[in-house]
Design a protein around this ligand. Structure first.
Ligand SMILES: O=C(O)CCC(=O)C(=O)O
Ligand SMILES: [Fe+2]
Length: 291
């Protein structure tokens, strides 16, 4: 394989990679990309020319693929490709990690920039390990013992829920990452509703401080690959006209972290405030029913 040229783009994460032809990727290319991804969190490959089949073939080197469990593709019938078109509302302008409402979320995503506006529509990524490590020791310790409920409400499916540790351990690097996001994370399980709102609000803002992020300006054909186990991303909705991305989503992630140090929150009596606990209580009632 030819020598690759790697240019870091920010202090926290992100690197541009030139000199690797992803259209002809084989198992050893995939190994190389995996190693670079562990180092940089998100990789950008400008000047690529992958067709749909080559894009999907690239994804298959990394694990099982999934198009999207909830959203229909407006333009492509390919079962393993997910497409977002801005003119159809496809602008992901809330910070998130892909598919965290699933028990086994996506481990990595591979995006192809199909059409982008001449200016605007940049995407930002943030490093969730750096965000965790920058917390004070007492807050780290608290977060280490908590879990959070995630749901697919943004896709109109609030009943699709799962619980993950608030701090997860990256299976390959062993680093701890703050694993809550404003798009899919609804509730800290062990806290009362107002406490959960305060802590989740703090953490979901904390993670996207500029010092933890990289911002990428696109050109058509660029492939981006990111590690969903330790990053979030966000699209800036500051453009007019069309912007189309296609994504191949690599599944097979297992979220590992500490077991909760406290029991799940239970309201001591019914009151007007109990409605804030409804979703959490439903989650536990459903689990008890199915066990
Ligand atoms: O459009 C983008 O840049 C990213 C969209 C997104 O959130 C995704 O593909 O997972
Ligand atoms: Fe996303």
């Amino acid at each position: 394989m030819s020598a690759a040229e790697i240019t870091r783009l920010a202090g926290a994460l992100g690197a541009e990679v030139c000199g690797i032809d992803l259209a002809r990727a084989d198992a050893s290319t995939a190994e190389r990309v995996r190693a670079l991804l562990l180092q940089h969190g998100v990789l950008f490959f400008p000047g690529q020319a992958l067709d749909v089949e080559q894009h999907v073939a690239l994804g298959r080197h990394f694990g099982p693929l999934e198009a999207h469990p909830n959203l229909k593709n407006p333009f492509t019938q390919h079962p393993e490709l997910f497409e977002l078109a801005a003119t159809h509302g496809g602008i992901a302008d809330e910070w998130h990690t892909d598919l965290t409402f699933l028990a086994s979320p996506s481990q990595m995503s591979i995006l192809r920039m199909v059409k982008c506006p001449p200016v605007g529509g940049d995407t930002l990524w943030t490093n969730l390990c750096a965000a965790y490590e920058a917390l004070s020791p007492p807050l780290r310790e608290l977060c280490d013992g908590l879990t959070a409920l995630h749901d697919a409400q943004p896709h109109g499916k609030p009943e699709l829920m799962t619980v993950h540790p608030v701090v997860r351990v990256h299976p390959e690097t062993g680093r701890r990452a703050l694993y809550v996001n404003e798009h899919f994370t609804r509730r800290i399980v062990e806290l009362s509703a107002p406490e959960s709102d305060a802590l989740l609000g703090f953490l979901t803002h904390w993670v996207h401080q500029e010092r933890f992020t990289v911002r990428y300006r696109w050109s058509e054909g660029t492939i981006a690959i990111w590690d969903n186990r330790c990053t979030q991303h966000f699209v800036v909705a500051d453009f007019t006209g069309e912007r189309i991305i296609q994504r191949v989503t690599v599944m097979g992630d297992q979220v590992k972290g500490n077991a909760p140090r406290w029991p799940a929150w239970r309201p001591s009596q019914r009151s007007a405030q109990t409605r804030h606990d409804r979703q959490l209580l439903k989650w536990y009632a459903d689990r008890e029913k199915s066990s």
